[in-house]
Write a protein that binds this ligand. Structure first.
Ligand code: DQA
Length: 145
């Protein structure tokens, strides 16, 4: 369990590839999972990759990540609305990197506020699928070469 990374994706990210490709790119959620699996393998880590359109289910996923090495969380629209997700991160004592495919700060004002950022270790946005790879690299233990 300590060598496991959980990648948790929120609402509408199951539609990646066809959803507003000019904003989110052409990569599908399966492509994101593949990129995460490769990154975890490179670091010798286990991957749990999940997606839900339901806030409560995302809370459960976060609780189930308790004791893991860390969580890469793209909470999608719940980023901007969910006190429940922020509370779950604190309650489970998670090491979270918040990720967004798009640069939320170059978009509508309602996307500029995040309930996740204050309880996250770091935030990556605007780098597309690479953001997930970078987040896994940041959570991976530094091993002596
Ligand atoms: C998103 C940005 C959010 O504002 C939006 O609601 C999403 C996706 C991103 O990955 O860029 O659904 O989290």
């Amino acid at each position: 369990m300590p060598d496991t990374i959980h990648v948790i994706n929120g609402p509408n990210l199951n539609l990646l590839g066809t959803r507003e490709p000019e904003v989110y790119g052409r990569a599908t959620l399966a492509d994101v999972e593949e990129a995460c699996r490769e990154a975890c393998e490179r670091h010798g880590l286990e991957l749990v990759f999940r997606q839900s359109n339901h806030e409560g289910e995302l809370v459960t996923f976060l609780q189930e990540a308790r004791g893991s090495l860390g969580v890469v969380l793209n909470a999608a629209a719940y980023t901007h609305t969910s006190i429940a997700l922020a509370d779950a991160i604190k309650a489970a004592g998670l090491n979270v990197v918040e990720v967004h495919l798009s640069n939320v700060f170059a978009r509508e004002a309602f996307r500029h506020h995040s309930y996740i950022s204050p309880v996250a270790r770091g935030v990556i946005c605007g780098l597309g699928i690479d953001g997930y790879r970078l987040a896994i690299g940041a959570l991976a233990p530094r091993r002596a070469m």
